[in-house]
Design a protein around this ligand. Structure first.
Ligand code: ATR
Length: 281
C-alpha cells in the first residue's frame, strides 16, 4: 500500500529481528483494515536501544513492540507501567503518552484470550493449573492464569531454584496459591491445565516428556512453542484424549492490544490470519 505523509508508523525492535512474525501479522491487519500505516522490523543493538528509541519517537513513530533482548531494558526505561508489565517485570509494548514513556505487556492478555477462546471463560475458575518452566514466558503465564480465576498454580522447572525464586517473586501479588518444585516431583493429580513455557520442543528439539496420564477429567495442555505447530507434547496430549492448545494462538492474540494502540482499530484473530502466519513457519 502507498503511504501518505501522515501515515501512522510503528514497528518491532529486537536484535536480531529477521525471525519476527510481527511485521507479517500487523501487515495483514493493516491491509485488511485499509489503514494508512506501516509496521517495520527494526534491528537495534542493545547498546543503541535507548538512543534509537528516542530518535524513532522524534521521527514520528506512534509506538513499538519490543522483543528479545530488549524487554527488560524497555521496562527500566518506561516511566509508567501497566499492571501486567509490573507483574511480569518486562515490557513488550512501548508508547509515548503525553510525553511520558509507557511500558505495557500484552503476553498475559494473549494467553488469557487464547485459553478463553479455546477452553471457555469459566474452564479454569477454582481449578489447579501446572506450569512447566520458570523463564520470562512463565511470568506471563502466572499473570494470565491468576487473571482467569485459577485457585492453585504449581510451578515445575528443570532448575527448581528458579521456580522457587519465581514463586517468591509473585507471593502476595496474586490470588492463587503458588508452589514450586523440580520435575522429579511432577504429578498431574487434580491438574486441569498444563502450560508448557520452556523452549523444549522448538524446531527439531525433543519435547518435555513428563507423564500426562493422571490429569483431572477433561484437562487441557497448552504449549507456548508454535514451531512446529503440533509439538511432541501436543501430539501426546491428543493421543491421551486431552485438549491440545497451540502457541500460535497466543502469538496472534497478544498482538491485538498493540495494533489497537498503534493504529486505532480493533483487529480480529481469524482463520485467514492464522493461515497467513502458518505460511511463514
Ligand atoms: P523465555 O523468556 O522464552 O521464557 P528463558 O527465560 O530463557 O526463556 O527460560 C527458559 C526456560 O526453559 C527455563 O525454564 C529453562 O529451564 P532452566 O531454568 O532449568 O534452565 C527451560 N528449558 C530450556 N531448555 C530446556 C530443556 N531442554 N528441558 C527442560 N527445560 C528447558
Amino acid at each position: 500500500m502507498t503511504l501518505s505523509g501522515s501515515a501512522k508508523l510503528a514497528g518491532v525492535i529486537g536484535w536480531p529481528i529477521s525471525q519476527s512474525l510481527s511485521p507479517r501479522l500487523h501487515g495483514f491487519w493493516l491491509a485488511e483494515h485499509g489503514i494508512d500505516g506501516a509496521y517495520l522490523p527494526l534491528a537495534i543493538r542493545p547498546e543503541d536501544f535507548s538512543t534509537s528509541l528516542d530518535g524513532l519517537f522524534r521521527a514520528g513513530f506512534t509506538g513499538f513492540n519490543v522483543t528479545v533482548p530488549h524487554k527488560e531494558a524497555a521496562f527500566a526505561l518506561a516511566a509508567r507501567h501497566d499492571k501486567a508489565a509490573r507483574l511480569i517485570g518486562a515490557v513488550n509494548l512501548l508508547l509515548m503518552k503525553d510525553g511520558v514513556l509507557e511500558g505495557r505487556n500484552t503476553d498475559a492478555y494473549g494467553l488469557a484470550a487464547t485459553l478463553t477462546q479455546e477452553l471457555g471463560p469459566d474452564f479454569l475458575k477454582g481449578k489447579t493449573a501446572a506450569i512447566w518452566g520458570a523463564g520470562g514466558t512463565t511470568r506471563a503465564a502466572i499473570t494470565a492464569l491468576a487473571g482467569l480465576g485459577v485457585a492453585e498454580i504449581r510451578l515445575f522447572n528443570r532448575t527448581p531454584e528458579k521456580a522457587t525464586a519465581l514463586a517468591r517473586a509473585f507471593s502476595g501479588k496474586i490470588a492463587p496459591k503458588l508452589t514450586a518444585a523440580g520435575y522429579d516431583a511432577w504429578s498431574g493429580k487434580d491438574v486441569s491445565l498444563i502450560v508448557h513455557t520452556t523452549s523444549a520442543g522448538m524446531k527439531e528439539t525433543p519435547s518435555l516428556d513428563l507423564p500426562l496420564g493422571d490429569l483431572a477429567e477433561g484437562a487441557a495442555v497448552f504449549d507456548a512453542v508454535y514451531n512446529p505447530l503440533e509439538t511432541g507434547l501436543l501430539r501426546r496430549a491428543r493421543t491421551e484424549g486431552l485438549k491440545p492448545v497451540d502457541g500460535l494462538w497466543m502469538l496472534l492474540h497478544q498482538a491485538v492490544p498493540s495494533f489497537e494502540a498503534f493504529f486505532g482499530a480493533t483487529p480480529k484473530v481469524t482463520p485467514a490470519l492464522r493461515a497467513h502466519l502458518l505460511k511463514a513457519l
